[in-house]
Design a protein around this ligand. Structure first.
Ligand SMILES: [Zn+2]
Ligand SMILES: [Zn+2]
Length: 446
């Protein structure tokens, strides 16, 4: 048998994957007990679990031994992400996002306390409070090395994550995206963890692994919103309101929000939006309304102004400096005001059109269908399209500074949380998020 010190990191990674392929059973026994046997193996815990074709419920599970690069986290709070709704609702849906025939713990972010670390873990220590982020940062893959850690290959590596628990019927249990979150315990590789050293309540920190951070990073990190600029945000959900707050913190003088749901428009105004528009009320005039809002004090070109009366391509002189589309498609029929297009394509087109020549537009929503652009406008108008993902988020760099901004009162996470639920009511937390009757919902484990 090999000693612990003689096993290479690469080999241990391969063993971890192999263990997953064997559903955490036989393959584990072939590995070095001293490395793999955690003191918490066999521990019972509860989790909100989805079973293919059989709905979702809170079940008691049994923890498997953690792997050398894994970390056991006692979850404190978990905010369901809207994109995980198709895999978390009581009747799992069909389609690419639906439950893939596995017993799974949904969601992909949380906050908690480290209870055990594998032998090769360096980033966190036992007792650390950690943000469990939906996007990893390994620092070693091609994307991380090229400055794009929100495209880290660990996040986009497919379903290599091994089961980390078993159900009472012996079924292997996996976490969605290797993260999950709606459970008392989670086991994740260290690339997904960022330790935070703060007294900010866990409920507020629960938004930092995903929604709020994605929107805030969109404005601060990838778009780099300039002071004095015009910003437009389509969609005032948890991501969009993160972008609204980025606009305020970065010094935008105008932040226009486009949102069909009244309570979300009102919250956007509280969090930093200067104008809130209802796309249903504005109808076909929405883009022109935004262009009007963004026009400066003069239309004299020689005086630095924009041509208000120009037609054709030149009409695109007016518009937002920075536009963030954070709408996406409806994953369920809203029980509040519905937007004009449940596929999310219309807001993408409007976001493009309301951005000024030479401006910046970012797309963050998961939409349904294809989005097309006029090729000539793409060539001539000089608008920069930014990919959404997590907004250029470097989790190890950005989570600590977002925590500081919360501590200083510059980011308001608390107002975005409109419902807290014990684990027994986790299904309701997902349902309220799906219905859009509440902005952000948070499952509290204790
Ligand atoms: Zn998410
Ligand atoms: Zn990476």
């Amino acid at each position: 048998m090999e000693s612990k010190s003689s096993i290479s990191r690469r080999k241990l990674v391969r063993q971890t994957v192999a263990a997953g392929a064997a559903l955490g059973g036989v393959a584990l026994q072939a590995q070095t007990p001293g490395v793999l046997r955690g003191s918490n193996a066999g521990r019972k815990f509860r989790a909100y679990v989805t079973r293919p074709g059989a709905g979702s419920s809170v079940e008691e599970l049994t923890l498997l031994p953690i792997q050398p690069r894994q970390v056991l986290v006692r979850i404190e709070a978990c905010a369901p992400c809207y994109t995980t709704i198709p895999r978390a609702l009581p009747q799992p849906l069909t389609g690419p996002n639906a439950n893939r025939g596995r017993v799974e713990i949904p969601n992909h972010a949380a906050v908690g306390i480290v209870e055990e670390i594998g032998a090769l873990v360096k980033r966190v220590e036992k007792g650390d409070r950690v943000i469990v982020a939906g996007t990893s940062q390994c620092g070693q893959c091609y994307q991380c090395l090229h400055g794009d850690p929100d495209f880290c290959q660990f996040t986009f590596g497919g379903d290599i994550f091994p089961p980390f628990a078993t159900a009472s019927d012996g079924a292997a249990v996996v976490a969605q995206a290797g993260v999950g979150g709606s459970s008392e315990l989670a086991v994740v590789t260290e690339e997904y963890l960022c330790p935070v050293f703060t007294s900010v309540p866990a409920v507020e920190l629960s938004l930092l692994g995903d929604q709020l951070t994605s929107g805030f990073a969109a404005g601060m990190c990838r778009m780099k919103i300039e002071a004095g600029s015009n910003v437009v945000v389509f969609g005032a959900g948890p991501v969009g309101l993160g972008a609204v707050q980025a606009g305020r913190v970065m010094g935008a003088t105008q932040v226009v929000v486009v949102e069909p749901i009244r309570y979300r428009r009102e919250l956007a105004l509280k969090l930093g939006a200067t104008v809130a528009l209802d796309p249903n009320a504005e109808g076909a005039g929405l883009v022109e309304k935004i262009r009007d809002l963004c026009k400066g004090p003069t239309d004299r070109k020689f005086a630095g102004g924009e041509a208000w009366t120009a037609t054709g391509q030149a009409s695109s002189a007016r518009g937002a400096d920075f536009t963030i589309d954070a709408c996406g498609k409806d994953n369920a029929t809203p029980k509040v005001e519905r937007g004009p297009d449940p596929t999310g394509i219309l807001p993408m087109q409007q976001a493009w059109e309301c951005t000024r020549m030479g401006g910046h537009v970012m797309y963050m929503g998961a939409v349904q269908g294809n989005f097309s652009l006029n090729g000539t406008s793409l060539a001539l108008l000089g608008r920069t399209i930014h990919p959404g993902q997590q907004g250029g988020f470097h989790m190890m760099r950005d989570i600590p500074r977002i925590v500081k901004l919360i501590e200083r009162g510059l980011i308001d996470a608390k107002s975005m949380i409109q419902g807290t639920y014990p684990l027994d009511q986790a299904g309701q937390a997902y349902q309220d998020a799906a219905d859009r009757t509440k902005l952000a919902t948070v499952i509290l484990m204790s």
